[in-house]
Ligand binder design. Structure first.
Ligand SMILES: Cc1cc2nc3c(=O)[nH]c(=O)nc-3n(C[C@H](O)[C@H](O)[C@H](O)COP(=O)(O)O)c2cc1C
Length: 339
């Protein structure tokens, strides 16, 4: 009998398959289907500290600083009403989710100010959340933003929430730090029990017909897995926190890869939106088949065995392999117009 159990944020899970925050975790019927299909834990959609308004302001700043023709650039801003009942409904979702399913429920908080975060963090825990995921969604678009100060704001938020609640805390981070490993270590030191790598930023597009900025979300593919894969491979065993892979987990092979790199759990949203909650059974069956075919009796046996720490090729996740990859590509492809 192959043992799929893992520990994430100090919580024992029956498998490494976690449904990450998204529309399917926001409703009780789909939450039940996710749990029935094998989600070992679920992350509820984020409670936005200022709801949608914050995202809109971030976009405004990005475009205001990057465009000379401000009239055109700013006219795209849609009018969005902030739903005053949203917070109450969200807290009720936490309570109802706990009652409806038998797996850990992780509540997610997306905000910016310490005061707001700690208040909402306590409210989510009081509503029944087993753990919290803090999603720091902010765009450092002001040219006066100092990188160290931006990082310090993140660290302070984590410390503030750490002081406010007793449940485990994960931090869903952006990949856009100059020194990612250093930030990861400092977040863990500030009290993060886990890091979710990575936050997939909403990226605005421009409609060439209307010249509007179109607020659309593009679903990931397996190709997006490379970014979390690298950083999990680099951070495994080097940072005192659980690691969750988020972004591009679509197939059983993707799950196997992030576990080999050192992830404690593989999170997935886009694949479940494309194929339905029952896709979790495909991921689970595929993971089991891969383990059994190679004689592994548990996930623990193989986890991290292809990380930088495991030492088979310590440079493989870093720059050295870049040159090798380029050379290999050059010898395997026909000359193209730029060569
Ligand atoms: C429609 C949609 C809604 C999402 N809502 C949230 C959210 O409320 N909070 C959050 O932290 N992430 C949210 N995400 C991001 C996912 O949790 C996940 O990190 C991202 O989609 C990358 O993982 P994937 O490649 O498995 O989709 C959302 C993603 C999608 C597609």
């Amino acid at each position: 009998m192959t043992d799929l159990s893992v520990n994430y944020l100090g919580i024992d899970l029956s498998s490494p398959l976690v449904a990450s925050a998204g529309p399917l975790t926001g409703q009780l019927d789909t939450l039940r289907r996710l749990a029935d299909a094998g989600a070992a834990a679920v992350v509820l959609p984020s409670l936005f500290e200022e709801e949608i308004a914050r995202v809109i302001r971030d976009q405004e700043r990005v475009f205001a600083t990057s465009s000379d023709s401000s009239a055109e650039a700013l006219s795209y801003l849609p009018e969005i009403d902030v739903d005053p009942g949203g917070v109450d409904r969200h807290l009720r979702l936490v309570t109802d989710a706990k009652a409806a399913i038998d797996v850990p429920v992780i509540a997610s908080l997306n905000g910016s100010s310490s005061g707001g975060w700690t208040w909402y963090a306590r409210a989510l825990v009081d509503a029944g959340a087993d753990a919290l995921e803090l999603n720091v969604y902010s765009i450092a678009a002001d040219i006066h933003d100092d990188p160290r100060e931006v990082e310090e704001r993140y660290i302070e938020l984590v410390s503030a929430v750490r002081d406010a609640v007793r449940v485990p805390i994960a931090v869903k981070v952006s990949p856009f730090f100059t020194a990612m490993a250093n930030v990861a270590g400092r977040l863990a030191a500030a009290g993060a029990d886990g890091l979710v790598l990575f936050n997939r930023f909403y990226q605005p597009d421009i409609d060439l017909e209307t010249l509007d900025v179109t607020p659309s979300i593009t679903l990931s593919t397996s190709a997006d897995l490379r970014l979390p894969l690298r950083w999990i491979g680099l951070l495994y065993g080097r940072v005192d926190a659980s690691l969750a892979a988020s972004g591009g987990v679509h197939t059983p092979e993707d799950v196997v890869k992030v576990l080999l790199a050192g992830a404690d759990v593989a999170m997935t949203t886009a694949a479940l939106l494309r194929h339905g909650p029952e896709h979790l059974t495909v991921l689970r069956d595929g993971l089991l088949a891969w383990l059994e075919a190679r004689g592994y009796t548990s996930v623990a046996q193989m986890r991290g065995s292809v990380s930088a720490r495991a030492g088979r090729d310590p440079d493989a996740f870093e720059r050295a392999n870049y040159v090798e990859a380029l050379l290999r590509h050059a010898t395997h492809t026909e000359p193209t117009s730029w060569q």
